[in-house]
Design a protein around this ligand. Sequence first.
Ligand SMILES: C[S@@+](CC[C@H](N)C(=O)[O-])C[C@H]1O[C@@H](n2cnc3c(N)ncnc32)[C@H](O)[C@@H]1O
Length: 472
Amino acid sequence: MRRRKRNLPLLESVEFTDIGEGGKAVGRHQEKVVFAKGAVPGDVGHVQVYRKKSSFFEGQLTELVKSSDDRTAPFCNHFELCGGCSWQHLNYNAQASFKEAKVKAALERIGKIEVKEWQPILKAPETTQHRNKLEFTFSENKWLTDEQIKSDAEFDRNGLGFHLPGKFDKILHVEQCYLQDDRTNLIRNFVFEKSKSLGISYFNLRAQVGVLRNLIVRNTRIKKWMVILVITEFNDLVNELLQEISNQFEFVSSVFYVVNQKKNDSIADLNPIHFKGQNHIQEVFETPENEKVKYRIGPKSFFQTNSNQAEKLYQLAYNLIAPQPHETMYDFYTGTGSIALFFAKAIQKVVGVEYVEEAVADARINAQENGLENTTFLAGDMKDIFTDEFITKHGTPDFVVTDPPRAGMHEDVVKRLVALKAKRVLYISCNPSTQARDLSLMKDSYTVEFSQPVDMFPHTNHVENVVLLKLK
Ligand SMILES: C[S@@+](CC[C@H](N)C(=O)[O-])C[C@H]1O[C@@H](n2cnc3c(N)ncnc32)[C@H](O)[C@@H]1O
């Protein structure tokens, strides 16, 4: 629970009607907009303000006067503290409707896009245990709730869990998380108890001392687990802990450690060291033509975090493009080449572009492992790589799939894409606002045939959207 600031008002009986950017419920108090945590549209309730601006208040619902029909009981004890599944109190159908509305509003209002066919959101059949990767942080000064502090009881301050939203140094100890298969809870709780009994120190983020920093757990649908322990130094006790993890769980097929002595937690620029088992885990997707595509996932490989929904997303993309054997494809922002490889068996040639070099190396290995010789993966920034020279070298493709990060595509990339004149473009986006902005730059040359959101992230306000464009 957020610690209250003094002298900020308590707003009474605010009526909530919508959800705003960031996923908070939106209501009104006199002339001002109210964004509140803890509320859902349809609720009426009192809000303790913690931020006051000239045109809006931000606050926390403290008392419900009338409960929304869409409200449901949160399933997790860590709800509201952890910030991970902030829509747990909104039933799943309502979550899906709000995501659909968010996409429609962005495309129509921001992009002024005319969409020929709107399809309802592809809901996630599993709304818990759907992630394939989680990262936990060790802390020797875990966060205590107001109630714990007031209780005057003594608490073990060691913790292993998630950062409180927006707080780099505050770690909420997690006992059970519903985001990944329950075996991850077994691993995390085992590592927590074992490391304490071995007496290995936990990292202090402010003082930058202590040995254990992070625990990363990845898994695939074929029930293989990878455990990555991030530490500041390798020693006998860490060796013993890693041995214990390897011995304890037969489903853990791959164990790594990473020595991180930097100030920040990112391991992107560090070299994971293989400790035991295989040096990767494998995921397999199936195309609509029943071709199997294998993906090798190393400790640092990017992979969509919801495998079931990612497979459906790629199948949707495939069906919309309807690839033909003689066709060629560009796959922009290809990551580890997942979409490129998904299409490659069905067409003549694929060129993928991605700026993370390790991801490109993974894409090349994945192409080899799938026996594909018609793929080319290039590392670099899209705006530097996608030039006239690039087009001369690789030819005008029959279709393009583009899947940029939240920021969307650079304006120069959009302009060049328009000039390329590929007959079909499939635009996958995790941010409808930037997708709408980019589409508005393309609308004179392309019609928007189809739009369908896909829910990759239940209980959050995030949504993926797939749009098919056809050259006019
Ligand atoms: C949303 S992910 C898509 C990954 C991939 N298509 C998939 O489905 O797994 C976006 C990717 O774009 C890459 N990226 C971000 N900015 C880029 C840029 N300016 N040029 C090239 N790649 C970029 C990121 O590293 C990331 O791998």
